[in-house]
Design a binder for this molecule. Sequence first.
Ligand code: SF4
Length: 232
Amino acid sequence: MTRERYPTCARCPTRVCENRGGRAGDGPDISKAPAFCPMKLMPEELGCALAEYDDPGLKEFARLASVQEFQCYERLPDGLRTKLPRIEELIQFARKCGYQKLGLAHCGGLFREAVMLTEILESNGFEVVSVQCKTGAVPKERLGIRPEEKIGGPEAWETMCNPIAQAMVINHAGVDMAVMLGLCIGHDTLFIKYCAVPLTVLAVKDRVLGHNPLAALYLSDTYYHRQTGKID
Ligand code: SF4
């Protein structure tokens, strides 16, 4: 039985698409890309994607994103140096886009962080609409959650996370851009599905690693070795 071939950039031995060290105008030799490269497997999709940038609004948005990327580095005699934390990147990018009103969709567990972020954004001239995940005050029973599946125990009131409401409130408030802060896995998926304005993520939730899920990857050959096996 032949296995279906599908793109697997994460296993690429060449990464010729990056053309590192190449000079402007000299494109990479795509023939050196592996057989599972999307440029070889799905050239039509890549062509369609490129055509999308012909939309003037999209092209300008993508251009500003690349300018922002550029401004996150400085070229020094001893090499490239990074210089902006993501919060500053967010502020600079929102300004570039001419955005004035931002929608903050945050987790109740990151209320403190939402307060701090709101103050920073407001002191930088933005209006901030914020909606926490528990808005609507609907009990988890509405989703079919059983008593034994409640975090606080069977007798506790537990308000369900309501990412669809977060998205609808933010859409209705007429914000220029939404910012996600610490939504749970799955709840973030629903928020993304329903959010109708440009959306970016400041942070994702990791309850154990200070909202830095990559720490588990960085430790996966030492303290988090268990992750390389099957996870229950
Ligand atoms: S796009 Fe192609 S060359 Fe680039 S990383 Fe993916 S497989 Fe490798």
